[in-house]
Design a protein around this ligand. Sequence first.
Ligand code: ACO
Length: 437
Amino acid sequence: MRTDAQVTVGKALDVLRLIDDRNGSTHLLRIHDDAIDAADLRKVRATPDSQGLASFDPGFVNTAACRSAITFIDGDRGVLEYRGYPIEQIAGRCSFLEVAFLLINGELPGPELHEWEASIASVATLPEVVYEVIQRMPHTAHPMNVLAAVVALLGGVYPEARDRAQAETRKLNGNRLIAQVPLIAALVYRNHQGLPFVESDPSLGYTGNFINMMFAGHGLTHDHPDIHSAIETLLVLHADHEQNCSTNVLRGIASADADPYISVSGAMGGLSGPLHGGANEAVLKMLHEIGSVDRVPDFIAHVKAGDQRLMGFGHRVYKNFDPRGVIVKESTDKVFAVTGINPLLEVAIQLERSALADEYFISRKLYPNVDFYSGLVYEAIGLPADMFTVMFAVARTAGWIAHWLEFEVDPDKKIARPRQLFTGSPRRDLPATHAPA
Ligand code: ACO
């Protein structure tokens, strides 16, 4: 809800008049920013001893859980803005660290950019225990599980992070997370592949260091400027997306005053699911299973029959197009010019074409999301599919930190504690077999 888009109404209209037909009572609920305070609903009681009206909203389809000034989305118009700047202008023109600064501070860095880059570089080294833990992890462990575990562990390495009252402490630990998550991601990847670790070299820049730690000596085309710029663009596109599943998890954990490492680790858990960040991995799996263009109609028929979902399609908020998906699709050409065309591209294009012309998808407003094409890019660069969500997590760490910092000073901050509609047994006594001794 954006205040400048808010309909300005006269004072008398800033109230919702609610008539409860159960007992004929009338209630006036204050409206602000196009929302009512859900707590006001509790005043609406059918009987004096009832707990009051609640709104039932599994999945939070229409519940604002916070005020936030970071990212704005208009799903019907396919609009995504970071601090007011359209994603189409940011992608390809701003570096990832500029975007991280923007998300956190509200403005693009001017001369502060150098200082910001230096402050991130100054904490871009990992404690020894991280190397030891990752090396002990089985190569078969999913990289997202290892990443989330190691990020939680950092909270033990930096116990002062629990002192969230100090702005400087919050800033330092936020910076550490932005600087160290890519380093951990690279170690996780190399352990997963059975490759020797590459030391962090912050002089290569944020993205350069990350790419080097991931791919150095690995015979890939990563050092090509177009590949570098495609990775930077994907990081920027994934940097934030307002109150998505993982950010909501982060805010939920942080609402209990947990430290930022365990909060980000929990958010990574949410991100790993195939309905969220894990979709990019699931898309690739799906494309491999389909295998060839002639099998697309059969696959679409299965989706329509409800046997499976078309992964990389649909979005809770975007009901027109996902502007990030459009940018990723455009960047595939540049990447494939370097790597050679991913043979699954044809299958993806045919799937998209078929779905966009099919009443099932049209009527449900299902369009390709950011992850429909991102996996093809990552695969062309040489990444295994189970690393795709790790790349997403590296990017989203910037957004999570922006939200965490915003939340920590939010006067509305409260421990997350939703209500439930109880569907269990009424009170009853234990059977005689459990009589007191
Ligand atoms: N394939 C087939 N049908 C779908 C799909 C899909 N990808 N997505 C939604 N639908 C159908 C549902 O079956 C439902 O149909 P019905 O009305 O006949 O029951 C209808 O569309 C609405 O679906 P919901 O699940 O209610 O939509 P919701 O907003 O809750 O879900 C979600 C959004 C989870 C993204 C969903 O579209 C999905 O599962 N997509 C595939 C996974 C994916 O790509 N996730 C990545 C999202 S982007 C991101 O997180 C980075």
